[in-house]
Design a protein around this ligand. Structure first.
Ligand SMILES: *Cc1c(COP(=O)(O)O)cnc(C)c1O
Length: 406
């Protein structure tokens, strides 16, 4: 069976994890701090905080911005549930917008119908690793009409003076938009290092800070270290260095990254551009050239004049099929020994959001893209022979199901 997305665990990763275990320091410490510095250097963000997940990072930043009951946060209808769940955790309302058919990303032209005076944050999601059109999003929130609609409820919101752009960059570490990397494209960007992501620390995430003047991103980093560790003004490592006495300044969260996770991240980041992304691009190009001459398929956009993807997942669509046929194709692909997936079920299809009265009929593009979508495997250890097996399994299964429907 060809798996969908196994992590790359080789001797280098194992050696660095073992070194960490033997070092005597396994929770947040020198390796986490080094991973943060390396992520700053890699992305160009002004500061980076590592955490135990992207979900924690998104929620921490919503809490920092003071999002709560009475507020609205705009999210795409087509994303992983984490993007909207964190809004619910804060007691605010996720307002969903439909996506652009070609990119699978939030349709920026639909923001004007979703925004209200209660909107505090927009969370664009770089689906499959392709950055959203951030210039268009900023143009929108910076228009005088939008700025005067914005109603700040605290000092931080007053200082920003507009809707916060909190990018869900869970898929898009290393992706490029107009010559700039993710981490610098939004006020705040959140990366995921979950086991299936491009760069993994088993579980993990990072918040890349890039807030405009007069925000001090370095000061904010220090505050977030405290907010992410019970509001304790000294972490475990600094308590070992003499003065034991600490204080708790707020009822903070517990979302710090461990040095064992950071050990994996350090090895992965070092080889990310020169090795990981090269391999992932090769896989995307291989799929692209194998399917592009068959007009039954719609291929994903992963490079254009302004963007370069991080090649996270390959979202292929089959023309003129319905959801049941798509599911049958997937079953037949599995029967041929290949794991595929669907990214994602639009949120209004999920029981929780359905019960809150979100209706899939309000997001027709999200549904149309979803119902005929199949995510193909993309990972470091996938060889060309395996790719050929995947492609044949997909083509044969599609042939059979389309033939049956005639
Ligand atoms: C994986 C994912 C997340 C959550 O990342 P975790 O690190 O698992 O919390 C958030 N958003 C999207 C789009 C994702 O795919």
């Amino acid at each position: 069976m060809i798996p969908f997305s196994p992590p790359r665990i080789d001797d280098k990763i194992i050696a660095e994890v073992v070194d960490t275990l033997k070092s005597g320091w396994i929770t947040t410490g020198p390796r986490t701090k080094k991973f943060e510095r390396n992520l700053i250097e890699y992305s160009g963000a002004k500061s980076v905080l590592c955490l135990n997940s992207a979900t924690a990072g998104l929620e921490l930043m919503l809490r920092w911005f003071g999002v709560g009951p009475g507020d609205e946060v705009i999210v795409p209808a087509y994303t992983y549930c984490a993007t909207a769940n964190v809004v619910i955790h804060c007691g605010a309302v996720p307002v969903m917008v439909d996506i652009d058919e070609h990119s699978f990303n939030m349709d920026v032209s639909k923001l004007k119908n979703a925004v209200s005076k209660r909107t505090k944050v927009i969370i664009p999601v770089d689906i499959a690793g392709l950055p959203c059109d951030y210039d268009e999003i900023y143009n929108f929130v910076n228009t005088p009409a939008q700025k005067s609609l914005f109603e700040p409820r605290n000092e931080i919101q007053k200082t920003l003076g507009r809707i916060l752009i909190l990018s869900d960059a869970a898929h898009s570490l290393g992706a490029v938009y107009k010559g700039r990397k993710t981490g610098t494209l939004a006020d705040i960007s959140v990366f995921s290092f979950h086991a299936v992501k491009n760069l993994t620390t088993a579980e993990g995430g990072a918040v890349a800070l890039n807030l405009p003047e007069p925000f001090d991103n370095e000061e904010l980093y220090k505050f977030l270290c405290v907010l992410g560790l019970h509001g304790q003004n000294k972490d475990a490592l600094s308590k070992t260095q003499g003065n034991w006495r600490y204080d708790v300044i707020t009822a903070g969260y517990k979302v710090n990254m461990t040095d064992i996770q950071a050990a994996m991240g350090l090895v992965e980041l070092e080889r990310y551009d020169a090795d990981t992304l090269v391999k992932r691009k090769h896989i995307f190009d291989f799929y692209n050239s194998s399917f592009k001459n068959d007009d039954r398929y719609i291929l994903p956009v992963y490079e254009n004049e302004i963007c370069k993807s991080s090649y996270h997942v390959f979202l292929i669509r089959v023309k003129d099929i319905n959801e049941a046929q798509r599911d049958e194709i997937i079953q037949r692909i599995f029967n041929r020994g290949v794991s595929v997936n669907v990214h994602f079920q639009p949120l209004p299809l999920l029981s929780f959001y359905k019960a809150l009265n979100y209706k899939i009929s309000d997001y027709p593009v999200a549904y149309n893209n979803y119902m005929c979508e199949i995510s193909l495997p993309v990972y470091y250890d996938l060889t060309d022979d395996m790719l050929i097996q995947v492609i044949n399994a997909v083509k044969d299964s599609v042939d059979e199901v389309i033939e049956k429907s005639r």
